[in-house]
Design a protein around this ligand. Structure first.
Ligand code: PGA
Length: 255
């Protein structure tokens, strides 16, 4: 039985006052759920913007894990504006997103870059959530699985499988991110199945345990059906994760 995960990617949003309010509302919602109510059963994970990492760690309830949205592959050095996995680990930040489609499309991140970043995260003991997903043109051309597998295999060929002991893969079709257009549960399950099968080809036991997240316009209305699919173990949520009621409602849809 895989414990589900609901992760919130705040992107370049938030402020100190937003964090204070979110933290207090989330703590209230979790307390309200009660210890054995089962109302909020999944693991919760928040990816705030870099300047808010330490604040989020100190303000959000301790059972909520915190992650960065990006890292540089090097440990330290003359890389102005960047942050390393070692810095995250040093600050008690245990997670990092790697290869989000916005990093790939807007900042030129290649499959080779994502592989190096996953390796860097593992080196520092930080768990990576590797994001993969096809564009609408690639889907229309019937190339969705090919593209996603190329993104996945580029990392596995270089970084191996060890990082997946804690790490996860998030399938996020680019056409569904921030658009309000969600993959249907069947479309999402099909791609999650492709990903799990590819992992099973390398290590069947690991593949059966790895959590695979779906991302792309997840909201309280569509979460339960998506998360009900056999290979979908939770969600990576953008817009809806900025509203604590929606984030909690999505978490409840899993639990
Ligand atoms: P969205 O973003 O939920 O707003 O579509 C998801 C993501 O980018 O991780």
């Amino acid at each position: 039985m895989r414990v589900s995960v609901v992760a919130g990617n705040w992107k370049m949003h938030g402020s100190v006052s937003f964090l204070e309010e979110f933290a207090s509302d989330l703590a209230g919602a979790l307390a309200h759920a009660g210890p054995n109510s089962g109302s909020v059963a999944p693991e919760l994970l928040i990816f705030p913007a870099a300047p808010h990492l330490a604040l989020a760690r100190s303000m959000l309830p301790p059972e909520v894990a915190i992650g960065a949205q990006n890292i540089h592959a090097e440990t330290q050095g003359a890389f102005t504006g960047e942050l390393s996995a070692e810095m995250l680990d040093d600050m008690g930040i245990g997670w990092v997103l790697v290869g989000h489609s916005e990093r790939r499309a807007l900042f030129g991140e290649t499959n080779a870059d994502t592989a190096a970043k996953v390796q860097a995260a593992e080196r520092a003991g930080v768990a990576a959530v590797l994001c993969v997903g096809e564009t609408i043109d690639e889907r229309r051309a019937g190339r969705a699985a090919e593209v996603v597998l190329a993104q996945l295999n580029a990392v596995l060929d270089v970084a191996g499988l060890g990082w997946l002991e804690r790490g996860m893969v998030a399938y996020e079709p680019v056409w569904a991110i921030g658009t309000g257009e969600t993959a249907t549960p069947d479309q999402a399950q099909e791609m999650h199945g492709v990903i799990r099968q590819a992992l099973a080809g390398r290590d069947a036991d690991l593949a059966s345990k790895v959590r695979l997240l779906y991302g792309g316009s997840v909201n309280p209305e569509n979460a339960a059906e998506l998360f009900g699919q056999v290979d979908i173990d939770g969600g990576l949520v953008g817009g809806a994760a900025l509203v604590v009621e929606k984030f909690v409602a999505i978490a409840r849809a899993v639990g």
